[in-house]
Design a protein around this ligand. Structure first.
Ligand SMILES: Cc1cc2nc3c(=O)[nH]c(=O)nc-3n(C[C@H](O)[C@H](O)[C@H](O)COP(=O)(O)OP(=O)(O)OC[C@H]3O[C@@H](n4cnc5c(N)ncnc54)[C@H](O)[C@@H]3O)c2cc1C
Length: 376
């Protein structure tokens, strides 16, 4: 590559970068050469709980990143960005390779907030990265094969904790077992209208998913211990204790949000370094923080693609403001869903039908573009 061209490294194949790949031709025409550094598989969160519950086979939720990059002629390095040397404009990759950049764009998602490691013995699973859920599924299947319903504690009272608990219950129900599960939450949930949460809680309770307030402090075989002295039966502890940015941003020397996400302005650039862009869960737009959701990366993609191309053409940069209301739908693992948009909500089969249509549309659309074939 001629160094008169601008090299933009796309770090991570998150929702936005998957869309930016489709604009690679426009970038190249602008004198910008994109390179993707990302693990070879993209695990799609919209279908993660459908796979966990057994409603869909695992391959439905995984996209071949290499095939998509190849389809648009974008060089793909399979791996992760491990560190950034901003002074030298060089990335250090997980295999030790170094990669020079003129600009770098991060779309690397989020990781589970460990909330402090729990001392003691016992199995603990984190909901992120999503690739790790395969291990949780396998462990649950071991218990199911023995014909026993394990005691599960899902720590985390946010939407992810509820959705994951419902999915795990769904997997046991499909096997003819009655779930024994507790959602352990720090406070009373307020992430949905009160009536929606009441209906959701009642539906989950009728399936054996209970809730209690408290803080896990340690493990011992078969139990999790709480700060108030109680012990909950627990064969599998699942942490859905919130999401935070991957640790890599800690060493960047750029403004970060309180939870470690990279702060960016409306042009999606760091205020401390215009050669660093970030989108999706790993970023916070100054003045417009949003909870983690794939939709924000998808919606930011056209602005990101425009601004990366503008590095080559000198065109005026575009701005992105995340929408104030968005649709999110929880898959409850039993053929129903909870749809939320602002104060509006709907619980039932219709919500899940809509979710499947949107999520399968997203991933199958990308798959069709890359020419990836799934066996029946
Ligand atoms: C169980 C569960 C269910 C969820 N369900 C939904 C849902 O239905 N709808 C929804 O909107 N949100 C859902 N979420 C939230 C959702 O996961 C995130 O908000 C969304 O995936 C963020 O998208 P993103 O594009 O920022 O990053 P991601 O989709 O997480 O993609 C980031 C990519 O970057 C890669 N990567 C990570 N680190 C590096 C690195 N250092 N270098 C290179 N590549 C890297 C990762 O492998 C990954 O492929 C769910 C979360 C969980 C845990």
């Amino acid at each position: 590559m001629s160094r008169s061209r601008i090299r933009v490294v796309l770090a991570g194949a998150g929702h936005a970068h998957l869309r930016v790949l489709g604009r690679a031709g426009t970038l190249r025409a602008a004198g910008v050469e994109p390179i993707l550094v990302a693990p070879p598989a993209f695990h799609y969160s919209g279908l993660a709980t459908a796979v966990l519950s057994g409603a869909l086979p695992p391959e439905r939720a995984v996209l071949d990143v290499a095939a998509l990059a190849a389809r648009f002629g974008v060089p793909h390095i399979a791996g992760k960005v491990a560190a950034v040397d901003r002074q030298a404009r060089r990335l250090c990759l997980s295999d030790g390779q170094e990669l020079a950049y003129d600009a770098v764009s991060f779309n690397i998602g989020s990781v589970t907030d460990p909330g402090g490691d729990l001392p003691g013995e016992g199995e603990t699973w984190r909901v992120k990265p999503l690739s790790g859920l395969a291990g949780l599924r396998a462990r649950l299947d071991d218990h199911i094969a023995d014909g026993v319903s394990p005691s599960i504690v899902v720590a985390g009272g946010g939407p992810t904790g509820f959705e994951v608990a419902a999915a795990l219950a769904g997997r046991m129900e499909r096997a003819g077992l009655s779930p024994g599960m507790v959602i352990l939450r720090r406070s009373t949930p307020d992430w949905a209208p009160g009536r929606a949460l009441e209906r959701l809680s009642a539906a989950l309770q009728s399936r054996g998913i209970l809730q209690t307030s408290g803080e896990a402090t340690s493990r011992r075989p078969g139990e999790v211990l709480l700060s108030d002295g109680r012990a909950l039966p627990c064969d599998l502890l699942v942490l859905a204790t919130g999401l935070q940015a991957p640790a890599i941003f800690g060493g960047l020397g750029l403004p970060l949000f309180a939870d470690g996400r990279l702060e960016v302005g409306p042009t999606l650039q760091s205020p401390g370094d215009p050669t660093v862009f970030a989108v999706g869960d790993c970023a916070v737009i100054t003045g417009s923080p949003r909870p983690p959701a794939g939709v924000f990366g998808v919606r930011a993609a056209p602005t990101l693609a425009h601004n990366l191309a503008a590095l080559g053409t000198g065109a005026r940069l575009a701005t992105y403001t995340p929408q104030a209301r968005w649709l999110s739908i929880l898959d409850l693992g039993d053929g129903t869903g909870l749809a939320l948009r602002g104060r509006l909500w709907s619980l039932g089969r219709g919500a899940l039908i809509l979710k499947r249509r949107l999520d399968l549309g997203f991933i199958d659309g990308l798959r069709a573009t890359s020419g990836e074939m799934l066996e029946d």
